[in-house]
Design a protein around this ligand. Sequence first.
Ligand code: ATP
Ligand code: MG
Ligand code: MG
Ligand code: MG
Length: 478
Amino acid sequence: MHSADISSRALRFFEDRGHTVVPSASLIADDPTLLLINAGMAPFKPYFLGEAPAPHKRATSLQKCVRTVDIEEVGKTSRHGSFFQMFGNFSFGDYFKEKAIPYAWEFLTSPVADGGLELPEDRLWVTVYLDDDEAEQIWRRDIGVPAERIQRLGMSENFWSMGVPGPCGPCSEICFDRGPEFGQDGGPVANDERYLEIWNLVFMQNIRGEGPAKEGYPILGDLPSKNIDTGFGLERMAALLQDVPTIFDIDTTRQILDLAAELSGARYGTGVRNDVSLRVIADHILTSVMLIGDGVTPANDGRGYILRRILRRAVRMMRLLGSEDPVVHELVAKTIQVMSPMYPELTGERERIDRIAVAEEAAFIQTLKAGTAIFDLAADEVRKSSNLVLPGDKAFQLHDTYGFPIDLTLEMASEAGLSVDEAGFRKLMQEQRARAKADAVRRKTGGHGETGVYRDLLALGPTEFTGYSELESEAVIR
Ligand code: ATP
Ligand code: MG
Ligand code: MG
Ligand code: MG
């Protein structure tokens, strides 16, 4: 079953049950607390928080999501992409657990001919929050899931909250047992790769009070109306239904991956290192295309910095795999081709997306050319001294003069078996920031601000100046 088919089935199933189909919002969140949309519920936040009246009691959507917190996992696990699509059904003070659980079960298990996905019931496991006896009862009594396939999980896994005071409530996750070839048994609590989490049901029922996010933080009371927020990853569902081992092997993403293999000469399926790289490349190119499609452009801070790092990481990995020529033009074209059946607007944006991505690749290749030789020299020196730490001032020089963001230096150092004196680097960055501030003040007050003036010139010059805001935005990406 193709990704597009799974998506339209899910939307139709819930539309038939009184849900209004809402198109995906842009990845650029209309929300100052969120850089990029990272869950299906995000565009509906005002309704859940009671800040705006919900225009419909029930909604359903397939939402584009980017999760920077998962970037480190991409390609290493079978189930985390930095871009993914979250299907969801939502109830704003309408139905609650007693309906949300049977809806999810019915969609997953009913025959394909009846609009379901026909997953075998005996492979499905569920988790509920520690003290959520009510949800467990529904699973056992109403659905008939045997007790041994229901597990309890604590706050970090199975409790959702947003703000203090704010709505919160227990979750229930549905997982699929992919079998012994994916590792040891014992249910989702024991093995989250074998028992693939596909669907999360959030029961928004309480108001959270002040207190640490651990077992038993104070619950101030019940919400005036109870809400439902659910989400399943389209890519994970596609991996199951297409019987492929990872979300990078599904009908859409795999085509980008195969082109990356062809262009770089690396073979997929011949070793963990190459496989992880090819998955990361496919994921990052896809993420970049979707971000640029929604209007993000490469920059040194905020969303633009996330895009810049993700796209550059893909370019660098292609080069490590063996590509010597630019690759972005072809990879972007392929990505638009495979995603446009679901996102037809990409076709009209083809030229703009290509132009932005290709220019970023060219700028990065320049940066790499200038900085790599300096990095290699520094790494050799470090090794000679039998000390395996790249000094902070080297990392600073690479950053300041050659435009190497610290995470690129960290990545290259780790590949070379070295670590980096990050504390030293940060100290120098701070000093530079303080100098720049003082210069700005001096300039304003008519004093001499030479360093600042040179710095401004540098910003316009041929070496890429990555700006002061970079350290803040790194926190977002790593
Ligand atoms: P996991 O425990 O596997 O990291 P999660 O509990 O963080 O998943 P949720 O926040 O519950 O995920 O999101 C709802 C659903 O979205 C998940 O059940 C999963 O199907 C999907 N999903 C979440 N993160 C990703 C991701 N990085 N890539 C692909 N799908 C994802
Ligand atoms: Mg997660
Ligand atoms: Mg989880
Ligand atoms: Mg979850």
